[in-house]
Design a protein around this ligand. Structure first.
Ligand SMILES: Nc1nc2c(c(=O)[nH]1)N[C@H]1C(S)=C(S)[C@@H](COP(=O)(O)OP(=O)(O)OC[C@H]3O[C@@H](n4cnc5c(=O)[nH]c(N)nc54)[C@H](O)[C@@H]3O)O[C@H]1N2
Ligand SMILES: Nc1nc2c(c(=O)[nH]1)N[C@H]1C(S)=C(S)[C@@H](COP(=O)(O)OP(=O)(O)OC[C@H]3O[C@@H](n4cnc5c(=O)[nH]c(N)nc54)[C@H](O)[C@@H]3O)O[C@H]1N2
Ligand code: SF4
Ligand code: SF4
Ligand SMILES: [Mo]
Length: 890
């Protein structure tokens, strides 16, 4: 601790702290117009100058570190005059009408503070660029502070804004040198968030005004779990900004968290229950709808048995919602037929990690990104799918971390990679085996870790000796030299951290792909320490939570096995629980086709639209007697098949918790009240339970009540109370109320019998979905930044103006052979169906491979995707479908 005298008073500062940091902490305000806490100080505006005793010149507070016994003056008349002069200079030509219009802007407040109000004659005429759907640019208001340039470079890594010219002619322009919308901007809004004048401003703020109230919460899109600040005015959201001190996102957001919340106010949001009688939807009261559902479910159960009913939890809803959903399935209906969309996503990860490491959850934290020397990203398009993590990885690579990207496509991260292993889709296992072979044969493995912490080493050594890079290269198409160099880099430049996505899991070998990846981490001792680990980039905001809460046919809350822990749960819930094995979602569809499943209650999941081979899904739904859909919107499943629609509250309108990809439980807070007839998912479940005469099991009056019951059933979360969940959340395991939470798992042992992890022996068994002369292309499906999954939310925002449709990405050579050009319409035909898409020529794809997103209901790509599934957990092989591509004549 240093003793620092500021304006004649003693304060305590720390080593490494700047004077400005200290001033902020003690509440002394000075203008700092180029400073932003998220950036390295660069001190161009000179507005934060202070007097440091012993120095002749005034010093920039943002860049000067405190030292012991330092004496600082911040507001002498000399400094104040100087500052006023700087502000006057910046305000020369400034359009003062904007100061009155937007008084809260930081620059405007300082002008007011220093009494600078006079409008000069030469006020610049506004040069407004409204081309971007979310941001307006008016460089007439720019004071050249450079915050936008710096934040785009240092936080997002997009390098959109540039400073040109010098002196009076200095200007900020985007890399399009023309309209902003034509630049390489990814719409994260960091520049608009940082701009002190409003020269770059959110259109939402211009249109809706400034908030009177701010509520901290969590983004409801992806599994990164960024913390947000929701601005509310007169009970309506007017803007969302990043929480500056959030551990996960560090003051950053992507376009979805920042701007894509307007679905909340979509004109076609359903705000009242509805029942479909003889093909026609009719509005109903809650009493009517619930009574109807309860009667139908009861009579189906009586007639066909409890196992003829299934319930699907929502990876978009809170932990509390999902806890109630699975408890309802088991304790009210009496079935283990409950699942969630982790099934089609990272269930292979959960399975592989629990088989091999003993626990199906991410081992490390996002904060390890900056600690890793090598980062391996396999089958994950992070800058599209987990953009805030993607930006952190990109920054790490820019700062010198080694990066290995394993993906059949040249993703954005591949551009920053030391090595890009552009394998053929579906050949992960040979590639990982060959890397393991190199590590073992070149003795780069961590013998001590292997001996002390793993089992199966002798067998593994024998097995892996056969997997030379030359053998693997023939299958995966990656040059043996690249395989060798990547393996050496991963083993030698550690700690090495693995991230993976659906490029591993959504394959017939999904679970085995993840096991093979884990093996490489185990061989090199890269588990259980900082900057390392196996880190699945979980999909939706609460997909990890939905599964951990027990929306899974084989596990109860806290990943407790139905097989072994039934008795404990019967005692906890004070009711009989079913012992029969539950069905997974793909099995439910099969059972429906077979006539064994009769009813489904689907909460927050557009099953029909997002399951593969939709002909099969349709057959299944056609066979069901009764379907309830609970959502904000009439999604594709509801439109075509539902008998009852129950409207739900959005995450902005309810309280609860989400669990992000790094096991962090974070608090979701209601920022606005919900439409009158709309309920939180858990409330609907509770009233349904009451209607089915099980009220006593669902006596909850708040999300917190539910959370407390969850704590009682799941010891690893017992220490996480709502009171402790202030900002930044807590990562489980957290067994006691004074436990800080766990950032890194498996530091000492693995939670398996014997405490060791397993080196797995995996034979490679290729998918049977292969190209043939009739279907000569492999279609990969996956993500794009602007749309989210079923598209029900993002297509109801201005994201659709930036990205209006699903596209078919094709290598230029392939397009040329077929005679297709950018913008043409192509017909894509598989053995299962056909779809039409607009063509986008894309060099990031290898020849013979095509790519499309799956968010656009008009395209409905799942009409053509393959029905094949992972052997262990039945995750669909969305990443490989053999197709034929034809030009559509107009
Ligand atoms: N913007 C946006 N963000 C999202 C979502 C969204 O829809 N939009 N969805 C969320 C959800 S639910 C999820 S699960 C995550 C998914 O996030 P990601 O896992 O990043 O998703 P994908 O883009 O489907 O697939 C990732 C990559 O796998 C590659 N790939 C395909 N086959 C193979 C293979 O055999 N081997 C390897 N190594 N790679 C392969 C693809 O080329 C693709 O680049 O994103 C979440 N975030
Ligand atoms: N071809 C192809 N298909 C795929 C994939 C692929 O890569 N390729 N990926 C698959 C993957 S990984 C996934 S996860 C699935 C995702 O498929 P879905 O789970 O269907 O997609 P989402 O859009 O995430 O969300 C579903 C619904 O939840 C609603 N919702 C949002 N918040 C709430 C809430 O709080 N409560 C309730 N009740 N509803 C809410 C939304 O309006 C939306 O309709 O798609 C899968 N389908
Ligand atoms: S546009 Fe805003 S943030 Fe960028 S230099 Fe100008 S005033 Fe600063
Ligand atoms: S990275 Fe994910 S959690 Fe963060 S703002 Fe974007 S969608 Fe939301
Ligand atoms: Mo997902």
């Amino acid at each position: 601790m240093y003793s620092v005298i500021i304006n004649n008073k003693e304060h305590h500062g720390e080593a490494g702290q700047t004077i400005l940091n200290l001033l902020h902490r003690i509440g002394v305000d000075v203008p700092a117009l180029c400073y932003d806490e998220r950036l390295h100080p660069f001190s161009v505006c000179r507005s934060c100058l202070v007097k440091v005793k012993g120095q002749d010149q005034l010093q920039p507070a943002c860049r000067t570190l405190v030292t012991d016994k330092m004496v600082v003056e911040t507001h002498t008349s000399e400094i104040e005059d100087y500052r006023k002069g700087i502000l006057q200079m910046l305000a020369r030509d400034y359009p003062f009408s904007e100061v009155t219009r937007f008084p809260q802007k930081e620059f405007h407040q300082w002008l007011k503070h220093y009494g600078i109000t006079e409008e000069t004659k030469n006020t610049t005429t506004p040069v407004i660029d409204s081309s971007h759907p979310y941001m307006q640019v008016d460089m007439g208001r720019c004071i050249n502070c450079s915050r936008c340039v710096k934040i785009c470079d240092e936080l997002q890594g997009q390098f959109v804004w540039h400073i040109i010219n010098r002196g009076d002619k200095t200007k900020i322009i985007s890399d399009s040198k023309s309209l902003f919308a034509e630049s390489s901007c990814v719409s994260c809004g960091a520049c608009a968030d940082a701009c002190p004048t409003g020269a770059i401003e959110d259109k939402q703020a211009i249109k809706l005004g400034t908030p009177d109230e701010i509520t901290r919460s969590v983004c409801a899109y992806c599994g990164v779990g960024c913390e947000i600040e929701i601005g509310v005015k007169e009970q309506k959201i007017v803007g969302v900004h990043p929480a500056k001190n959030a551990l996960v996102n560090k003051g950053h957001l992507c376009v979805k968290g920042r701007y894509a919340w307007e679905y909340m106010y979509a004109g076609d949001r359903i705000t009242q229950p509805m029942i479909r009688y003889a093909g026609k939807w009719k509005k109903a009261s809650w009493d009517e709808a619930i009574k109807y559902c309860a009667e139908r479910l009861t009579s189906i159960s009586k007639k066909h048995g409890a196992d003829s009913i299934s319930i699907i939890g929502s990876a978009r809803a809170t932990n509390e919602d999902n806890y109630c959903i699975q408890k309802f399935a088991r304790a009210v209906i009496g079935t283990n037929n409950v699942d969630n969309c982790a099934r089609v996503c990272h269930q292979p990860t959960a399975k592989a990690m629990s088989m091999v490491l003993g626990m199906g959850a991410s081992t490390n934290s996002f904060d390890d990104i900056e600690r890793a020397k090598t980062i391996l990203v396999a089958g994950a398009d992070t800058t599209e799918s987990h953009p805030v993590v993607g930006a952190r990885i990109k920054q790490a690579a820019i700062k010198g971390a080694n990066l290995i990207v394993i993906d059949p496509r040249r993703t954005e991260l591949a551009e920053y990679a030391t090595f890009h292993l552009q394998l053929k889709p579906g050949t992960n296992i040979p590639l990982f085996h060959a890397m393991a072979h190199v590590i073992v044969s070149e003795k780069l493995h961590n013998e001590e870790f292997i001996i002390n912490r793993t089992e199966g080493w002798d067998e593994f050594k024998k097995f892996i000796a056969e997997w030379t890079p030359e053998r693997a290269a023939k299958i995966c198409g990656v040059h043996p030299r690249l395989i060798r160099e990547s393996a050496r880099l991963f083993a030698q430049k550690s700690p090495s951290m693995c991230f993976h996505g659906l490029g591993l899991t959504e394959h017939t070998q999904g679970t085995e792909n993840v096991m093979a990846l884990i093996t490489i981490a185990l061989l090199t001792g890269n588990i259980g320490k900082e900057g390392a680990g196996i880190n699945p980039l979980r999909g939706q905001n609460n997909v990890q939570g939905s599964a951990v809460m027990g929306c899974d046919p084989a596990v109860y809350t806290g990943m407790a096995s139905v097989k072994t822990e039934r008795k404990r749960f019967e005692e906890l819930w004070k009711t009989y629980l079913p012992a029969t094995r539950g069905l997974t979602l793909p099995e439910m569809l099969d059972a429906a086709v077979a006539g064994d499943l009769k009813a489904m209650w689907i909460i927050g999941y557009d099953v029909f639209f997002t399951m593969p081979n939709s002909k099969h899904t349709k057959e299944a739904f056609d066979m069901l007697d009764f379907i309830i859909v609970q959502d904000m919107f009439m999604n594709e499943t509801a439109k075509k098949f539902a008998d009852v629609f129950l409207p739900c509250a959005s995450s902005f309108e309810k309280a609860g918790t989400f669990m992000n990809a790094e096991r962090r439980i974070q608090k979701v807070r209601a920022a606005v009240s919900r439409p009158q007839e709309v309920k939180a998912d858990w409330e609907v479940v509770c009233i349904m339970a009451a209607a089915m005469k099980k009220k006593e099991l669902f006596n909850f009056s708040s999300a917190q009540d539910i959370w407390n019951e969850i704590r009682d059933t799941w010891s690893a979360a017992y220490g996480i109370t709502y009171e402790r969940l202030d900002n930044n959340g807590i990562q489980w395991p957290c067994p006691t109320t004074d436990h800080p939470g766990t950032t890194i798992l498996h530091t000492e042992t693995f939670p398996r019998e014997g405490g060791r992890a397993k080196l797995s022996i995996i034979e490679f068994c290729p998918t049977t979905e292969q190209v043939t002369p009739a279907y000569p292309f492999i279609l990969i499906t996956g993500r794009t930044l602007y749309h989210f999954n079923a598209g029900n939310m993002t297509y109801r925002t201005a994201n659709k103006d930036i990205c209006p449709a699903d596209l078919l990405h094709l290598n230029p050579k392939d397009a040329n052979i077929i005679g297709l050009q950018d913008g043409d319409t192509a017909r894509v035909v598989s053995k299962y169906g056909e779809a039409s898409l607009t063509v986008c020529i894309d060099k990031s794809l290898n020849k013979g491979e095509a790519f499309s997103t799956f968010n656009d209901a008009r395209v409905f790509i799942n009409k053509i995707t393959s029905p094949l599934r992972d052997k262990y957990v039945q995750t669909p092989e969305y990443k490989i479908t053999a197709v034929r591509i034809e030009k559509c004549s107009a």
